[in-house]
Design a protein around this ligand. Structure first.
Ligand SMILES: [Fe+2]
Length: 176
């Protein structure tokens, strides 16, 4: 399950406190059990399109429920790893530039780990996401993404519209 690292270095990992913290900061969070997946579907980093579809099918009811609740119109899968992403370091350098989007950034972590560093309510903190975590970084929230020492992540991305998910690096551009 996710944990939060505050600027003070304190860590919030107790589930109830974690969810309360995220809710207080307007960040939507759910936990979906990744053990419904076969070993290959969860841990494989070189999934075929057919296998990716199988992952979506395993979470179909949750994907449909969430899409209905929040107006998501599409989803896909992103896999970042040293073995399957030739330009991984270049991509990560780009992801580490602080930015925001005009729609929520919604990720369900299937495997691996990553860290979203956000500024909300004038507070900066890191959310380390691990398998089973579904998180929505609210639109307009300045943030960046990094991998952990595990150096890989596999996630389902949900979109309201792919145009809305373009990264806006300039802090002064309105998110509205
Ligand atoms: Fe982003």
């Amino acid at each position: 399950m996710a944990y939060i690292t505050l600027e003070s270095g304190d860590i919030i990992s107790e589930p109830t406190t974690l969810v309360q913290f995220l809710t207080n900061h307007g960040i939507f969070y759910e936990y979906w059990d990744p053990s419904v997946l076969s070993d290959r579907l969860q841990h494989g980093l070189d999934l075929s399109d057919q296998e990716k579809e199988s992952v979506f099918e395993c979470f179909q009811s949750d994907l449909e429920r969430l899409s209905e609740q929040h107006g998501y119109t599409s989803h896909d899968m992103i896999i970042l790893s040293a073995t399957t992403t030739p330009n991984l370091e270049e991509l990560l350098t780009n992801f580490q530039r602080e930015h925001h989007h005009t729609e929520d950034e919604v990720r369900f972590i299937v495997d691996g780990e990553g860290v979203f560093t956000l500024t909300r309510n004038d507070e900066r903190f890191g959310i380390t996401v691990t398998p089973g975590d579904l998180i929505s970084v609210p639109y307009g929230t300045r943030h960046y993404f990094t991998l952990t020492d595990k150096r890989h992540v596999k996630a389902i991305r949900l979109f309201q519209s792919k145009e809305g998910w373009t990264a806006i690096y300039d802090k002064d551009v309105s998110a509205s």
